[in-house]
Design a binder for this molecule. Structure first.
Ligand SMILES: [Zn+2]
Length: 437
């Protein structure tokens, strides 16, 4: 049988089912995985013009960054070593008020997409202004994206009022209705920046459009105490009353949780995106990953924006997430390597309603595939490929990436983004934002 592409690898780690296949191959056709089988059989059964031999590599599902603000890559390192509110109010919001525009989002998103693709991330869940521009850039770069239909109480260059944010949200959603690579989620920024009325309307519209709701939630201790003061209840309680705790909800951060709230989230079927490095850098606390997993909560991983991380590296997020979960639980057995990889792939897909499409290497799913070189000095010898991936490998060991069967990274070179042009535009923004700073 003829197929578009045939990739032979030392190891294939499909995530579902859990485990490692030795000397296996993936046959890809029309953007999808056709078969995963031993290399000898693959060579006998399939013919292709496009044969890729990677005997020292592991093939894994494309990583899924469950929470980011792609365009904020242009603010990487603009203001560091500050607590969340000082960082937001003193630096990020003023810079955004001055500079955010379609051009800013175009260049910032492209910078983020280049970094993510080179790091093995094939899908990201975004929250930012001008989601129409993010969608355009994602299609151009060939990366899978869930663009956030942002809603926030204050006026920005994107919209003036709750009505306008919601109106534009519906417009962007409509324009992407038939897109297979780019989908949408409502993205009300946080309980402390969106009032009850717009939150209720988000819940209603999300139900009508059948899309997720992506929100920062229980990020800091101050967020909780401010909410108790202003509304007489904790943010989760408030969202529950507004009808937002449901399987549509992807709650980001969740560093401040009581056992009752963990059970409430589990009972509501909501998902969590843990961003361990952002939480550490802003000293916001720790997401209780082991307790969430124990309670049956689907828990994914995200980087957050590059302004608070300061990279979009899902390899380091996987490692930090696993190590931190162990440290917080006081138990080395929680979040083993396979669970960490699952959080960075299939759990993210599930949280975004994309688990029928991506998140694991299975016949019928989109060919979102990442090749990671494991025969490097840094990951030798290979006893357990899964352990090497999570505890030893770095993103620089990613050599090839396919999204929906399209090879967007070929032997370390991006095929869809002009790096030199991007570098020049990024330097221009550095001059502008640097002057402002
Ligand atoms: Zn965030």
């Amino acid at each position: 049988m003829n197929v578009e592409t045939l990739i032979h690898a030392g190891w294939v780690i499909p995530v579902e089912p859990e485990g490692v296949l030795v000397r296996h191959s993936i046959a890809v056709d029309a953007g999808r995985i056709v078969a995963i089988l031993p290399t000898d059989s693959a060579r006998a059964e399939y013919r292709t013009e496009n044969e890729v031999d990677l005997p020292g590599h592991a093939l894994i599902p494309g990583l899924i960054n469950a929470h980011t603000h792609a365009a904020m890559s242009l603010m990487r390192g603009l203001a560091d070593d500050l607590p969340l509110m000082e960082w937001l109010k003193g630096h990020i919001w003023p810079a955004e008020a001055r500079w955010v525009s379609p051009e800013f989002v175009r260049d910032g998103s492209q910078l983020a997409m280049a970094e993510m693709l080179r790091s093995g991330t094939t899908c990201f869940n975004d929250m930012y202004f001008f989601p129409d521009e993010v969608a355009k850039q994602a299609k151009h770069a060939g990366v899978r994206a869930v663009v956030g239909l942002i809603v926030i109480d204050f006026p920005t260059a994107w919209a003036e009022s709750a009505d306008e944010y919601l109106h534009k949200a519906l417009e962007v959603h409509d324009s992407l209705r038939n897109d297979t690579l780019v989908t949408t989620a409502f993205a009300p920024h946080a309980p402390y920046t969106v009032s009850d009325g717009p939150l209720e309307r988000v819940a209603t519209y999300a139900e009508e459009l059948d899309i997720p709701i992506h929100i920062h939630l229980h990020e800091t201790a101050d967020e909780i105490s401010d909410s108790v003061q202003q509304f007489g209840m904790r943010p989760i309680e408030r969202l529950e009353r507004l009808g937002l705790i449901s399987p549509r909800l992807l709650a980001v951060h969740m560093t401040q949780l009581t056992q009752d709230e963990i059970e409430q989230i589990a009972a509501g079927g909501a998902h969590v995106a843990n961003c361990p490095e952002s939480n550490l850098k802003l000293a916001n606390g720790f997401c209780p990953t082991a307790k969430l997993l124990d309670a049956g909560v689907n828990t994914a991983l995200g980087t957050d924006g590059a302004a608070s991380n300061n990279d979009l590296d899902m390899f380091s997020e996987m490692r930090t997430g696993a190590l931190l979960a162990k440290g917080v639980a006081g138990d080395a057995s929680v979040v083993p390597a396979a669970a960490a990889l699952r959080m960075a792939t299939l759990s993210g897909a599930r949280a975004l309603g994309l688990d029928g499409v991506t998140g694991s290497l299975e016949p019928g799913k989109a060919a979102d595939i990442v090749a990671v070189r494991l025969d490097d000095i840094e990951t030798s010898p290979v006893y357990h490929p899964l352990s090497q991936l999570v505890y030893a490998a770095g993103r620089d060991q990613v050599t090839d990436v396919w999204v929906a069967g399209r090879r967007v990274l070929r032997e370390g070179e991006l095929t869809t983004i002009d790096i030199e042009a991007l570098r020049a535009r990024t330097a221009e923004w550095r001059k502008k934002l640097g002057e402002f700073d």
